[in-house]
Design a binder for this molecule. Structure first.
Ligand SMILES: Nc1ncnc2c1ncn2[C@@H]1O[C@H](COP(=O)(O)OP(=O)(O)OP(=O)(O)O)[C@@H](O)[C@H]1O
Ligand SMILES: [Mg+2]
Length: 320
């Protein structure tokens, strides 16, 4: 039976493998253990195996190897139980464009055999959440991309799932729509009793939303942790500055400071690795004045999840 404790594990994968045909090893032994009531982001570049992983967890594809369970139900042997307890939003939109927004939700409720009254109540509630009441009786084909995506997102909620899978919930949306969907996803979690696994190739999305981020590359989970943990493991801040004057002398004096861990001058732009950017900024500035180096621009940068990705995979995670 499903375990309802706060600290229970909602999604488990053990050495999960998916091969397509003979050639493609899309998922290459993934282990997951995702606590109930968390937002977990699977972050990785195109082709990393995110959708394939989600498709196995949501019972769409059978694993080639390993095992997985959702709320304690095995995704192969108890696929129906899994399906009854989850909601899914697919990467490719599957909305019927000839239906109205209200019909989309209503039909989904019918599919899951909700009582009429319950169905009507849920439909109105969800239309309100995504602010689609006014457009509710227009056909989906007249909606904007953002409206469709919002509708798609809440459709899976008609059945009040305990676990929700969102495959690239904001792909192809403009920043404004993306932000409103982030807000909505956060509000879902605040309502409680919902575990959310989302996939994304947007670093900021993982950083904004996730309690736990798992970075996936070439079908493997390369590192996992809270965004803060992952970034903190990168250690130092970077102070970036540009200016005019004797940069060689300034740099030499900087390097002599005990808290300066690294420094590089890339043709006018000086980057200084320090233990704590904001604390060290005044000293860096004072030293510049002392050396007649005139700072024209200065900023403190935090390492990003992109840097984390680079560290663990040796490749850039392009935000495309
Ligand atoms: N039906 C399929 N048949 C053969 N190969 C497939 C199939 N689906 C996916 N693949 C391959 O498996 C690998 C993983 O694909 P998957 O769609 O899981 O990646 P993804 O991380 O979701 O990528 P994206 O960010 O582009 O959505 C890729 O190399 C892809 O080409
Ligand atoms: Mg995908």
């Amino acid at each position: 039976m499903a375990n309802k404790q706060q600290n229970s594990i909602a999604i488990v994968a053990e050495k999960l493998v998916k091969k397509y045909g003979e050639g493609v090893l899309a998922v290459d032994g993934i282990d997951l253990s995702i606590r109930a009531n968390t937002i977990y982001a699977l972050l990785g570049p195109n082709g990393a195996g995110k959708t394939t992983t989600v498709n196995m967890l949501t019972t769409l594809f059978e694993p080639t190897g390993g095992s997985a369970s959702v709320l304690g139900f095995d995704v192969v042997r108890q696929a129906n139980d899994v399906r009854r307890n989850i909601g899914v939003t697919f990467q490719e939109m599957v909305l019927d464009e000839e239906l109205t927004g209200r019909q989309v939700l209503d039909y989904h409720g019918r599919l899951y055999k909700l009582e009429t009254a319950e169905r009507k109540k849920k439909t109105e509630e969800l239309l309100a959440i995504i602010e689609l009441q006014e457009a509710a009786d227009r056909m989906v084909k007249t909606y904007s991309g953002g409206m469709k995506r919002r509708l798609e997102l809440v459709r899976g909620l008609m059945t009040e799932p305990k676990v929700l899978f969102l495959d690239e919930p904001t792909s192809g949306l403009d920043p404004q729509n993306r932000a409103s969907i982030w807000q909505y996803i956060r509000s879902l979690r605040e309502k409680g009793d919902l575990t959310l696994l989302l996939t994304t190739h947007y670093m900021e999305e993982a950083e904004e939303l996730a309690d736990i981020v798992g970075i996936i590359d070439h079908g493997r989970l390369v590192v996992e942790g809270t965004p803060r943990e992952l970034i903190d493991k990168m250690g130092a801040d970077t102070i970036r500055l540009a200016g005019t004057g004797d940069s060689d002398r300034y740099l030499k004096e900087l390097q002599a400071l005990p808290f300066v861990q690294s420094s590089v001058d890339t043709g006018g732009l000086i980057q200084i690795g320090v233990d704590s950017g904001n604390h060290r900024l005044p000293e860096v500035v004072t030293l510049a004045t002392k050396n007649n180096f005139k700072i024209e621009d200065i900023s403190v940068a935090k390492p990003s999840l992109g840097d984390v990705f680079l560290k663990y995979t040796g490749r850039q995670l392009r935000d495309k």
